[in-house]
Design a protein around this ligand. Sequence first.
Ligand SMILES: *Cc1c(COP(=O)(O)O)cnc(C)c1O
Length: 379
Amino acid sequence: MVKQTEKEGSLMSQPYYRPTFIQIDLQAIKTNIKHLKEILPESTKIMAVVKANAYGHGAIEVANAALQAGATQLAVATPEEALQLRDAGIIADILVLGASPISFLHIAAERNITLTAYSFEWLFATRHFTKPFKTHIKIDSGMGRIGIVQEEELQAALAFIKERDWIEITGVYTHFSTADEEDEHHLKKQIAVFERMLHLFEQRPAIVHTSNSAATLRISDQHWDAVRFGISMYGIAPSPWMEENLPFPLISALSLHTEVVHVKRVKKGATIGYGATYTATSDEWIATLPIGYADGFLRKLHNQFVLIKGKRMPIVGKICMDQCMIRLDEQVNIGEKVVLLGKQMNEEIRIEEWANALQTIPYEICCTFSNRLPRLYSK
Ligand SMILES: *Cc1c(COP(=O)(O)O)cnc(C)c1O
């Protein structure tokens, strides 16, 4: 399928043969960032969150696109993810949001990777490392995950840092647990806790940041110095409630494609797939698609539809590891284009629809697409 690669204007150099792929619209990502910039105060920086391979979209490509569109720094979850970006030649500031082991500290310092100081204990464990390194202090204001909860612990941490001028506190941050919900009660409480903790700093660090996508899009005046823009950079609302309350329309970047590889007419009574769970109720056209649960097209999606010629066609039978079957309303050619997620003509299947079917959130679906699916990038 090198032909496809060229036609889609991909940045991928490897040829692929199976006509199943994820298409990433980098312009959509850039436009979402541009629209965000328009509503943020000029002094508020955008930190593009590209953890988990940029929510399945491809970390290096998304990071570069985000930086081109005006994001000035990047956030990832793990040391490995930070190194992947550095190895790709990205020089922007990178913050590791998760807990990094102290064994990574000397590499972080060498490669200008900022780590999260999430407890006094973590800071104390750095005491034998006396070269300059950068960290952001994480306050747990009510998420209950990582971060400093008690004022005394923060005071001890600040006293520890004060005696060590090689520790560079370039930021302080917290994370909200309910910013995507209509009820603001817990969010307001978290903001108040964070502000109280900020008062303990003699000198406020350069980059104070609190807001994930949900908080970024719902409150305009509480962003401090930077926002951590994740899910909505990819064009996805953080929650159904947020979807109804967006300050600008989001453009989704990801679509999922395949082609019909086999078409047949089956007789009434024919069964389809493992377990013979589907029986044709009349003579029917059945097509086979080369995508299955090993790609992230999960078995629980068996009641879903796919788009062919701009129309919804139902999946029939169980989704296999590498293939699945659909029922057609007419014969189609081998090679007919199929959209599993995204737009085709006037019809669209959105990731939220899958999220409902799977009783999960779009975040999880993005991260579930396997490496077997090539990501193609349109410019
Ligand atoms: C993942 C993450 C974000 C981004 O959240 P979105 O809801 O995707 O915008 C921000 N901050 C932290 C600490 C995170 O772990």
